[in-house]
Design a protein around this ligand. Structure first.
Ligand code: LMR
Length: 390
């Protein structure tokens, strides 16, 4: 029976982790998967999370099941950070999900059950977005996300929306666009929000990097502007990056609507999809986030750690931007892009040469993880880029 299975390519991005680990060169540089690194290349557990974990160790009385929604204290504690302190909490409900991926999966499946047939999405996007849409059986309609000038392509989104209506959902990155680092500006979000309302499409807002762009509040501008304009939306949220919880898989799925019955049905559908998929989400990371957010001192510590991360990524971006031009690559735009990622317009051959000759690992799209560049390796990286583009 099993011989009937078709071969599957390994996930290209996750495959880089293995390739990098197998490379014996000590000077190798990992710019692959999206993980934050300090100036010395470490990915430490947040101090605030360590503090929360110490408390859990002392106080957690049971590891008994919580149900398909997971830790609702965690889900509710995030609401003011994501939706804003003044948000009408009667409009929103949510549930825990295994990472941002689980949350996107829930959002797309709930949208499908609600009658959505097409997902509109700017490209390039996080490769897993298209895979999740494909797994749901929905039609993917793409439009261009980045203009030739390197800005977010509002006209392309407008053109896609002009052909869209009820039965369509549009998947938008809330901030720190993955893979391009090119976000819609606040002025663009101000235009997008009423358009979404006018076309009656369902917004699916993916917020996986809040706090890593311009700050916790600023990074929520697009999401909050959209939610102020539209009657309903779905949100996929990840704490994997902004709490450094990657392998603990900490995400949340939210539905927003003024219709209390519809809200309850969105949650009931989410719960039934979760039950049939993973039954209940892993607890530990979400419990640690809840502990952080329940304690003012741990919250301050977490926000300060997030500020440091953001500051360091800005420094890396400033250094890259200062290179101005490397071969045909204009580097200045990297200075104004946001978050962990930017795309370098390299050929497949150049990307391979960077890997084989220089030990530099990046996604096949030319996406680099800005945080993979450290005090020790950034000049080596710039020199290697010059060498392969010369
Ligand atoms: C990334 O894009 O590198 C991260 O979101 C990790 C992942 O799951 O792909």
């Amino acid at each position: 029976m099993l011989e009937a299975l078709s071969p599957q390519p390994a996930d290209a991005l996750l495959g880089l982790i293995k390739l990098y680990n197998a490379d014996p060169r000590p000077e190798k540089i990992d710019l692959g998967v999206g993980v934050y690194r300090t100036a010395t290349g470490a990915t430490p557990v947040f101090k605030a999370i360590k503090g929360a974990e110490a408390r859990l160790l002392e106080t957690q009385q049971s590891k008994s099941y919580l149900g398909p929604e997971g830790d609702m204290g965690f889900v509710r504690a995030l609401i003011p950070y994501v939706f804003g302190a003044g948000f009408d909490t009667a409009r929103v409900d949510g549930m825990q999900a295994p990472g941002g991926t689980g949350a996107v999966r829930l959002a797309i499946e709930v949208a499908r059950r609600a009658g959505v047939r097409r997902i509109l999405m700017g490209t390039p996007s996080w490769p897993n977005h298209a895979q999740i849409v494909a797994a749901s059986g929905l039609e993917l309609v793409t439009f261009r996300h980045v203009t030739a000038e390197g800005t977010a392509d509002l006209d392309a989104l407008k053109a896609a929306l002009a052909d869209a209506g009820p039965g369509d959902a549009v998947l938008l990155h809330g901030c720190c666009h993955n893979p391009s680092g090119v976000d819609y500006t606040e002025a663009q979000w101000d235009e997008i929000a009423p358009l979404l309302a006018a076309r009656a499409v369902l917004p699916l807002l993916d917020l996986a990097y809040q706090g890593l762009g311009a700050g916790m509040e600023a990074d929520a501008y697009g999401l909050r502007t959209v939610l102020a304009a539209v009657p309903e939306a779905l949100v996929a949220y990840s704490c994997d990056k902004n709490f450094g919880l990657y392998r603990d898989r900490v995400g949340a799925f939210y539905a927003v609507t003024g219709d209390a019955d519809a809200l309850a049905r969105a949650m009931a559908n989410g719960a039934s999809i979760a039950r049939a998929s993973w039954s209940m989400p892993p607890d530990h990371g979400a419990a640690a986030v809840r502990e952080v957010l329940a304690d003012a001192a741990l919250t301050r510590e977490w926000l300060a750690e997030l500020d440091d991360m953001r500051g360091r990524m800005r420094q890396v971006r400033d250094r890259l931007a200062a290179a101005q031009q490397i071969g045909p690559i204009a580097m200045a735009p990297l200075g104004i892009q946001n978050g962990l990622f930017s795309i370098l317009p390299l050929t497949g051959e150049q990307i391979l040469t960077l890997r084989e000759a220089h030990g530099i690992y990046m996604a096949g799209s030319g996406r680099i993880n800005i945080a993979g560049l450290t005090t020790d390796n950034i000049e080596t990286f710039i020199d290697a880029l010059r060498a392969v583009t010369a």
